[in-house]
Design a protein around this ligand. Sequence first.
Ligand code: MN3
Length: 200
Amino acid sequence: MAFELPPLPYAMDALAPYMSAETLEFHHGKHHNAYVTTLNKLVEGTDLAGKDLEAVVAASFGKPDRQAIFNNAGQHWNHIQFWQWMKPNGGGAIPGELEKKLIEDFGSVDAFKEAFVQAGVGQFGSGWCWLVLDGGRLVTMKTPNAENPLAHGKTALLGCDVWEHSYYIDYRNRRPDYLKAFLDSMVNWERVAEMYGQAA
Ligand code: MN3
């Protein structure tokens, strides 16, 4: 079955003023949609046709002749997660077990947030920053372009898109402000805690 663009789990204006309807209309309706339609064209007639998305990501990562497939499959996977990692009136309290683990591995919630923002700011050019579970420990990481923790055999619990298309309309070049707003006002911590519960 062909890959499909999932609907946003909230209205286009639900994340305003932190992420505007204009940003989401472009980001979801144009950028994410383009990854899906391109991916479908690229896998058609190959041995990857009909495979699930995780399998396509794994089978194309690091293969020079499948770079375009990886780029579009990775971005499709990243954006499916990204929409679910945000919610209206997000940010706020972090569920207990996850908060405890963040304090255990980073020293404090603020130290985690600082490390996450630094990962996003330190990603030169397009890419993503992440909170991952790696060998039982929570760590942050950054990846260029379409790369993700999945491709590196790690479990993503939270990720933020730092491609300019994700923030330039609302924040212009102020990537740190966007990352701070993401953590403080957009993250769906219940979703992150759920993924942590499944992975731990
Ligand atoms: Mn994007």
